[in-house]
Ligand binder design. Structure first.
Ligand code: GSH
Length: 226
């Protein structure tokens, strides 16, 4: 079976799925869908992802969208029996699932503040009025990390892969107000120790930072307007 991940490096959920592929040492083709030229809306790609988003995965004839579902599928199908990234034990797995959903909420609050899509495509600005919700999300995350080293317990899980990329997304703005969240800071450092972390994330995060900075400074940019 040929596995293909449809991906763009500026997309945090795409990078989280790539981390899972690396963690499980899965052979997978990575096909870049160029979000900046609108390739996600090509008829061919809309056959794979009807909403024109990345990531998507094909495994032979099987097609899957939604990054967290892809992550769970990869662990179910390609993870070992003792897989801690997505445990088999129902309660442990439920905890990871809960933190995947929770991380989705954190990501949405951060995304609403950063307003990335509207900055890139519609010349808008960062939404400062949404900053209090970012702090609320970080506070809730801090509460979990006061109890456990990782989001869903003592071992790293796929929830951390998504959670860290949600919080690191803040780096595209001037946000530096981590003082009240020491456990979050410690946790980010811990997740960054994964041997494939930089390979999966460094270039994409830097790329996104540059796009946003240039766009906010109006130096550049001709991107596809949808
Ligand atoms: N809930 C989806 C979100 C996917 C998503 O919004 N992807 C963004 C990049 S992070 C995208 O492809 N955007 C392209 C566009 O909106 O045109 C998932 O987790 O897979």
């Amino acid at each position: 079976m040929t596995l293909t991940l449809y991906f763009h490096e500026i997309s945090p959920p795409s990078r989280s799925v790539l981390m899972i592929i690396k963690a499980l040492n899965i052979q997978c083709d990575v096909k870049v869908v160029d979000l900046l030229t609108g390739e996600q809306f090509s008829p061919e790609y809309l056959e794979i992802h009807p909403r024109g988003k990345v990531p998507a995965l094909t495994d032979g004839d099987f097609t899957l969208i939604e990054s967290r579902a892809i992550a769970a599928y990869l662990c179910n199908k390609y993870g070992g029996v003792e897989e801690t990234l997505y445990p088999r034990d129902p309660e442990k797995r439920a905890n990871v699932d809960m933190m995947l959903y929770f991380g989705g909420w954190v990501y949405n609050e951060i995304f609403a503040y950063l307003n990335v899509r509207n900055i890139l495509f519609y010349d808008e600005k960062i939404c400062d009025e949404n900053l209090p919700k970012v702090h609320e999300a970080l506070k809730q995350l801090e509460n979990y990390l006061e109890k456990n080293k990782f989001m869903a317990g003592t071992s790293i899980s796929i929830a951390d892969f998504f959670g860290v990329n949600a919080v690191l997304f803040l780096e595209v703005s001037d946000f530096e107000d981590y003082g009240k969240y020491p456990k979050v800071v410690e946790w980010i450092k811990e997740v960054k120790k994964l041997p494939y972390f930089n390979e999966c994330n460094q270039s994409g995060l830097a790329h996104m930072k540059k796009l946003i900075k240039n766009k906010l400074e109006k130096k550049y940019i001709k991107v596809f307007l949808q």
